[in-house]
Design a protein around this ligand. Structure first.
Ligand code: PLP
Length: 291
């Protein structure tokens, strides 16, 4: 039987430089109880979509990994070692139509200067239903202003850190409200992002997304869709957006690396139209991406 999960450990020296990779068994534990990634959520990650063994948005994920490292004062990830490790794990998943690969760096064991790093991959769940029928969204106040990244950079808004307990709690709250997922709203009333996704609205022939200086993650999926917007006769822009803009939009989506494009079919219990044909076109485009 072929393994479903694949794991490479990334070794580091005391200066924080990556030194190589070690094949490891993903079915067995490798992280110690003192690891700051576990005890503090102190680390960073990326999740790549992998189609038939091919990682997507490769450069954008590597760049964002490096950006998150800078924001957390972690040493820069060695692009060569991480790139090769992602490719290796991705290729081991080539028998699967859709899979994901996650890269993680933690600050390592307390009292030790060695970072912990690994690349882990496995087949993706089936997202066909989310992609075609859409998702129900709850709007939740994030409790932070849209200028939080400028006023309080230590809150790490817009870094892809391991501290996702809040993002998970928000989805549970959405579930309690009868919704599947969340769009966070800033305390000054602007749409931000989902706990694992970027918000995209269509108004006529324009697609819009909130600006990344609102303390949100620059989405690689939204980046690829917007770079190709002209293929669908669309112009693309980043601009401040409110819940009223979401209500008035012709169509709305949350987009992300592994689930790809999920149309929004309801907001706070109120049904809204979905754009099934653009959703299908975008999902087809994302599936066929070559990098
Ligand atoms: N925003 C947050 C907070 C995320 O965690 C993610 C992805 O997980 C995204 C946006 C979407 O980014 P990407 O399209 O690169 O997956």
């Amino acid at each position: 039987m072929t393994a479903l999960q694949h794991l490479l450990l990334i070794t580091h020296d005391g200066s924080g430089a990556a030194t190589g990779t070690i094949d490891a068994d993903a079915e067995h534990p490798h992280i110690t109880v003192n690891d700051a990634g576990l005890t503090r959520g102190d680390g960073i990650f990326e999740t790549y979509s992998v189609i038939r063994g091919r990682p997507q948005a490769f450069d954008a994920h590597l760049e964002r990994f490096a950006r998150s490292a800078r924001m957390l004062d972690l040493p820069q990830p060695d692009p060569g070692i991480w790139r090769d490790a992602v490719l290796t794990v991705a290729q081991r998943l080539a028998d699967h139509d859709e899979a994901w690969v996650r890269t993680i760096i933690t600050r390592g064991e307390d009292g030790d200067d060695l970072l912990t790093g690994w690349v882990h991959g496995r087949p993706s769940p089936d997202f066909r239903r989310d992609r075609t029928e859409g998702v129900r969204i709850a709007l939740l106040d994030r409790g932070l202003r849209s200028d939080v990244a400028q006023t309080s950079p230590w809150l790490l808004a817009g870094a892809k850190t391991l501290s996702y307990a809040i993002n998970r709690a928000a989805v549970r709250e959405a579930n309690r409200r009868g919704a599947d997922d969340v769009i966070f709203v800033s305390s000054d009333g602007f749409l931000l992002e989902g706990p694992t996704s970027t918000v995209v609205l269509r108004r006529g022939n324009t697609v819009v997304t909130p600006p990344t200086d609102f303390g949100i993650l620059p989405g690689t999926t939204q980046g690829d869709l917007f770079a190709a917007a002209a293929e669908w006769g669309l112009t693309a822009a980043a601009e401040p957006l409110t819940p009223a803009d979401l209500e008035a939009a012709d169509a709305a989506w949350i987009v992300s690396s592994v689930r790809h494009v999920a149309p929004i079919r309801a907001v706070d219990g109120i049904e809204r139209p979905i754009d099934a044909s653009l959703s299908a076109a975008w999902n087809g485009f994302l599936y066929a991406r070559h990098s």
